[in-house]
Design a protein. Structure first.
Length: 321
């Protein structure tokens, strides 16, 4: 249903604003469109959707998605800075790891401490134990040195290692840990500005953090390599960072906690060009259609997707990491 030209929905199709005070209003603005879609489709929301229309349409498609549904997207020339509001629902970590098909011996980054600085993070501890119980190999990212010392001592010999963001800030000049994916201008209209933002994000955030995590797990830095999984925390918007850490094609970023009412952001080519997945308690985002999908739709959009890929490859190396 293309309602973008309907005057009733003027101002509805936008990215989720970065200001938390506007999130509730943004969601409310989309509910009329969702209700109209359901009215025209027997009261049902779609369980699977494909979005090819870029950064302003993507978040509304995700809002429209039925609980348990999957949103698939391909390349688009309409922006690379994707945002969405989390959906209601949660799963215990042991269940979400099963849902994400964590296999024995797979590497998993766990965030410990999240937005809190206390030494004991009960939710983080549960996440670590769940990964261990599934046979995964956890590597831990903590907010503070005290937390790093605590988890290293408590799970000595069981985890691959722990990285403190506090230490990274002290030892890596210019290290930055943004509260969300930095705003990315439309590369078609402001190519150089978009390129500069991505390069700074890579240099100041992704590269030092990725190197520290890979060192702990004994992994060499290479575009085709990465962790098997990141077990994310819903209270923070580090999705744009986490997607840089998981391997292409099979890597997944997984959430178990309640995500409703919170905004998340990422650099779109990390998902659609590298076929990574975002798995949440009641939804999923994927960068490619299932293999059994009819190929006709792909051929019809092949030229657009190729053009989008060429634009991304010109931006910088982030898209191929």
């Amino acid at each position: 249903m293309d309602s973008r030209r309907d005057f009733r929905y003027r101002g509805v199709f936008t990215k989720v604003p970065g200001d938390p005070s506007q999130w509730r209003r943004w969601e409310a603005m989309g509910r009329m469109w969702v209700r109209e879609y359901c009215r025209q489709n027997g009261g049902r929301q779609p369980a699977e959707m494909i979005c090819r229309d870029g950064e302003k349409i993507f978040p509304r498609f995700f809002q429209l998605l039925a609980p348990g549904g999957t949103l698939i997207f391909n390349g688009s020339l309409d922006g690379v800075h994707y945002t969405f509001m989390g959906k209601r629902g949660f799963l215990p970590f042991h269940e979400v790891l099963k849902k994400a098909n964590l296999c024995r011996g797979e590497s998993v980054l766990v965030y410990y401490g999240s937005t809190r600085r206390e030494k004991v993070d009960a939710v983080g501890m549960d996440a670590i134990e769940s990964v261990l119980n599934h046979g995964g190999i956890p590597v831990i990212a903590t907010m503070t040195d005290e937390q790093q010392q605590f988890v290293t001592k408590r799970w000595k010999g069981l985890i691959a290692g722990a990285v403190s963001l506090e230490t990274l800030k002290d030892t890596w000049e210019g290290f930055d840990w943004p509260s969300a994916m930095p705003y990315l201008p439309d590369p078609q209209r402001r190519f150089q500005e978009c390129q500069e933002v991505l390069n700074l994000f890579q240099q100041r955030t992704v590269t030092p953090f990725r190197k520290a995590i890979f060192d702990r797990i004994g992994m060499e830095e290479h575009p085709g390599k990465g962790l098997d999984m990141v077990l994310e925390r819903a209270q923070q918007d580090t999705l744009g960072i986490s997607l840089n850490l998981v391997r292409p094609s099979t890597g997944r970023v997984v959430y178990g906690e309640e995500m409703a009412g919170r905004r998340y952001s990422f650099y779109a080519p990390q998902v659609w060009m590298n076929k990574r997945r975002i798995i949440m308690p009641t939804a999923a985002i994927a960068g490619e259609p299932p293999q059994e999908r009819n190929r006709k739709g792909k051929k019809e959009n092949a030229s657009l997707i190729m053009e989008a890929e060429q634009l991304v490859r010109k931006l910088e190396a982030v898209g191929s990491a």
